[in-house]
Design a protein around this ligand. Structure first.
Ligand code: SAM
Length: 282
């Protein structure tokens, strides 16, 4: 079952927290001269036209990038995110995680991206070819969690992973835990960002699965930092009332830069974002 299409959600509040975190981790890796490799397990199409029928259906980007694009920020991370998005905003489009990452790579760095949907993988290849130096980015048409385990550790042993599944199936939550556990056995200092939805009781069988995922990641006895952006009441009828990122082996200073960025985002977000929750566990 591959019915999920990110175009319906591109640029929403969940993309904001996920992509800020992704950029923060990549920026930290660039502080050192040594090369690094990035892995994006569920890459999507790479670029999303916001004037398309699908994106316009619920206009979810109005809860995210639309509010960010014209504001002025003190946060370096939010300013960097805004400026990367701005060149695509000129065509009323939003860049996904592989395109954002490809923009930041140096000549010596590598990007390994995985996508299972045949149409999305074709779109992704075309997008990376059109907008980036595609030699640095390698697109794999395969299962992202299996691909990750097969490809780590990278030669330089430095790098980061973004795990951003659609969570269409209940089994995907525990598949993430298993893949993270195996990845850490092979590559102990991998920085891994796991995005997850926060689901109200309306989600029935999926309610609580994200919380269990985070608990199980923490039990892997690695350092973790978890931040959640709550945009609605948990009791509401909205289904997804927010989302979070669990960062395994968080880079030094990511908590501060993310906190500054999210605080500023919350001040301008529409509808008003209720709150940010942090957990720091070792
Ligand atoms: C949430 S979207 C990714 C968005 C992207 N990470 C971003 O931030 O721009 C999830 C993607 O995973 C793809 N997908 C679903 N199952 C997959 C699997 N087992 N392996 C790799 N990709 C998969 C879907 O086709 C979809 O494009």
């Amino acid at each position: 079952m591959l019915s999920y299409k990110h175009i319906f959600h591109a640029g929403n509040h969940a993309d904001v927290i996920k992509h800020l975190c992704w950029l923060g981790v990549i920026s930290y890796l660039k502080n050192k001269d040594k090369p690094f490799t990035l892995f994006d397990t569920h890459a999507g199409a790479g670029l999303y036209p916001l004037d398309s029928e699908q994106a316009q259906m619920n206009s979810e980007f109005k809860t995210g990038i639309s509010t960010v694009i014209h504001a002025t920020f003190a946060s370096d991370l939010l300013t960097q995110y805004q400026s990367l998005c701005a060149s695509y905003w000129d065509d009323y489009s939003y860049p996904g995680s592989p395109l954002l990452a490809a923009n930041l790579l140096r000549l010596k760095d590598k990007l390994q991206v995985m996508e299972l949907h045949p149409n999305e993988v074709t779109n992704l290849k075309n997008t990376l070819k059109q907008f980036t130096d595609s030699k640095k980015a390698h697109v794999h048409h395969r299962d992202g969690l299996e691909g990750l385990v097969a490809m780590v550790p990278p030669p330089s042993k430095r790098g980061a992973v973004l795990i951003d599944p659609p969570y269409e199936r209940k089994e995907e939550y525990q598949a993430v835990v298993k893949s993270v556990s195996t990845t850490l056995r092979k590559w102990r200092n991998a920085q891994i960002i796991i995005w997850y939805p926060l689901l109200s009781d309306r989600a029935k069988g999926k309610t609580g699965l994200s919380e269990r995922l985070v608990d199980d990641i923490v039990k892997l006895k690695c350092e973790t930092l978890t931040v959640e952006l709550i945009v609605d009441q948990k009791s509401s009828d909205t289904g997804m009332y927010g989302s979070g990122v669990c960062i395994v082996n968080p880079s030094w200073g990511i908590d501060k830069s993310l906190s500054e960025a999210l605080d500023e985002f919350c001040q301008i977000a529409t509808p008003a974002v209720n709150r940010i929750q942090w957990y720091n566990r070792q």
